[in-house]
Design a protein around this ligand. Structure first.
Ligand code: 13P
Ligand code: SF4
Length: 430
């Protein structure tokens, strides 16, 4: 079982230095609370993605936290953590800025952090420095009286927002009309739903109620194999790229993978194409990973002969095919750590993780495939000012920004998560 790393790390995504590479949005130099009053995901890779009207908004952060200097925030966060002691566990995703990661008790990928949340029954509160679906997952897996807190409610995920329960239900009805609900002679369901961890709790519940399951990028092969033993086909949402890359690794031919466009009848497919399909891929994507291209890989190989190119499986299939290896954030971290000789790595994943790896492994040359700095817009929304606010509120006996999934949704979502957790995690290196 992979265990999340238990140490702080210290690199800053400093966009103010004149030597910094160009960034994709001028707004990245702003404090995140300046974006809490605006609609949209904020600066970064998802800035141009449409944001659903119902997406959670962050209320006004009290002035004292907006005004506090980095040094003052550091003192206050450390003091609050000291007072709270083991009553609070602080989890940090690999994509968080280093000013946050340094305070985390556990740093990991989405699968590892879900596992860690399960192992902390004594903590009164889990402060989840990540994005909304991760905090929801922690709430589903933890005791009802444990509070899961997301320091900034605007930290959603543009990819997760590309599938919602109404459109997925509509898709399911159309598919059920084609195939019915009766299992075939081999006992397999006509179609089984699989949702990526990056999805809302009600979609995990949807899967739980239909013999389906959740996967993450670290166990997608295993989960998809499991699902195809139980279903003739899989409806995979919301990330088409993770689905396609995994399907290809499992040997599913290209013509047996179709894309479901939620705004078109039958998802834009003919009944024949759907009948032939093994994998129906929801038309979702991650705007961070969509930035990586085959041309960037060619350039890296041209400039750095012998470079090892590692990318996340949320990248498009042509990028994954052109890379040397593809794997989850933890896979990438471990692959770098395992390299015995000084190596040049070009990495296609979120910039905070790439910069941290470069800092931690100075024996290697490590750079991001994309020369333009463009972090995840929503991970960026978590900043020490919000962390100080949620922690000091806890010290004062107030829980702010609690993420609470109603039990009617949590119970079936838990089923889908438990099916995933029951499968042993795949070894870290592909
Ligand atoms: P991991 O599952 O690798 O942590 O990735 C989560 C994510 O949001 C990637 O974009
Ligand atoms: Fe979502 Fe992409 Fe950000 Fe991950 S990196 S949280 S998938 S937008």
């Amino acid at each position: 079982m992979p265990v999340a790393t238990e140490h702080p790390s210290l690199v800053t995504l400093d966009l103010s230095r004149s030597s910094s590479p160009p960034s994709c949005s001028a707004g990245l130099a702003d404090a995140p609370w300046e974006h809490d009053v605006k609609s949209g995901y904020g600066p970064g890779a998802s800035a141009a993605d449409p944001i659903p009207l119902a997406s959670p908004r962050q209320g006004t952060l009290p002035l004292e936290y907006r005004r506090a200097s980095a040094a003052e925030l550091d003192l206050r966060i450390r003091a609050a953590r000291h007072t709270l002691g083991s009553r609070v566990v602080l989890l940090g995703h690999f994509y968080q800025r280093d000013e946050i990661v340094q305070y985390a008790d556990f740093v990991g990928d989405s699968f590892q952090l879900a596992q860690v949340a399960l192992t902390k029954p004594a903590a009164e509160a889990i402060v989840f420095c990540g994005v909304h679906f991760m905090a929801e997952t922690a709430d589903i897996l933890t005791r009802p009286d444990q509070a899961v807190i997301l320091p900034n409610l605007a930290a959603g995920c543009s990819m997760a927002d590309m599938a919602d329960i109404d459109t997925v239900q509509d898709c399911w009805e159309q598919l059920s009309e084609l195939w019915g609900d009766t299992p075939g002679l081999d006992g397999r369901a006509p179609v089984l739903p699989v949702t990526y961890m990056n999805s809302a709790a009600d979609l995990k519940a949807f899967c739980g109620e239909r013999m389906g399951v959740v996967c993450t990028s670290s166990n997608a092969d295993q989960v998809l194999r499991w699902a195809l033993e139980r279903g003739e086909r899989v409806l995979f949402f919301p990330d088409q790229h993770l689905g396609r890359n995994t399907g290809k690794r499992l040997g599913i031919p290209h013509e047996e993978m179709v894309v479901w466009h939620p705004d078109q009848p039958l998802g834009g497919n003919s009944p024949e194409a759907l009948m032939r399909a093994k994998l129906i891929l929801w038309h979702g994507f991650c705007s961070v990973h969509k930035r990586f291209t085959v041309d960037q890989i060619r350039l890296a190989r041209h400039r750095h002969p012998g470079v090892r190119v590692l990318v996340h499986p949320e990248c498009t299939m042509d990028v994954v095919d052109a890379a040397d290896e593809a794997g989850s954030t933890d896979y990438i971290r471990k692959a770098v750590a395992a390299a015995a000789q000084p190596t040049t790595f070009a990495i296609g994943t979120e910039i905070n993780l790439v910069q941290r790896l470069a800092k931690e492994h100075s024996q290697h040359t490590i750079f991001c495939l994309d020369s333009i700095v463009c972090p995840c817009s929503t991970m960026y929304r978590i900043h020490p000012s919000y962390l100080a606010w949620v922690l000091e509120s806890l010290v004062d006996g107030r829980i702010v920004n609690r993420i609470s999934v109603p039990e009617a949704i949590a119970a079936p979502a838990r089923l889908a998560l438990e099916r995933m957790l029951a499968l042993a995690p795949k070894p870290a290196v592909q």
